[in-house]
Design a protein around this ligand. Structure first.
Ligand code: FES
Length: 148
């Protein structure tokens, strides 16, 4: 992270309006925002740590804890809910023995729920990293998870 921050300051500057791109840069690199990064950024941008926490907790895109190698996003939006999102979430939880926002053994998967993935006609859907999986059933989910 000590190598990441100077590059981000160089790209976005050490201004208050650089905060979000800097946080996104850290998260892209580490998949979460470590506490030590918040202290360093607060010092560099002359901001209060509490203000930075406020931004991080306002936006759901930011995480404050480490995640697994792959992030599963199960859609809980209206179309997916009608199409069986509950079953999808339960199936993933059961197969990986984790609940929402938990990481599986061996740090392989972290399970998250999201409001809509923007592909409602494919409901019910989930994403693993950047790949969308559509029209899910328990059987499909099992095969998908075995691919990883
Ligand atoms: S509601 Fe699931 S993708 Fe939109």
């Amino acid at each position: 992270m000590h190598q990441t921050l100077p590059a981000l300051y160089q790209s976005f500057g050490k201004r208050h309006d650089s905060l979000i791109p800097i946080l996104q840069g850290i998260q892209n690199k580490l998949k979460y925002i470590p506490k030590e990064a918040i202290s360093i950024i607060a010092n560099e941008l002359s901001m209060y740590e509490s203000d930075i926490y406020g931004v991080i907790t306002f936006y759901t895109q930011f995480r404050l804890s480490p995640v697994g190698q792959h992030i599963i996003k199960v859609c809980k939006g209206t179309a997916c809910h009608v199409g069986g999102a509950e079953t999808v979430g339960e199936a993933v939880s059961e197969m990986l023995q984790i609940s929402k926002n938990e990481t599986s053994r061996g740090n392989k998967f972290t399970l998250e729920y999201v409001a809509c993935l923007g592909c409602c006609s494919l409901a019910p859907v989930m994403m693993i990293d950047d790949k969308v999986y559509a029209h899910l059933t328990k059987e499909k989910i099992k095969k998908i998870l075995e691919e990883y």
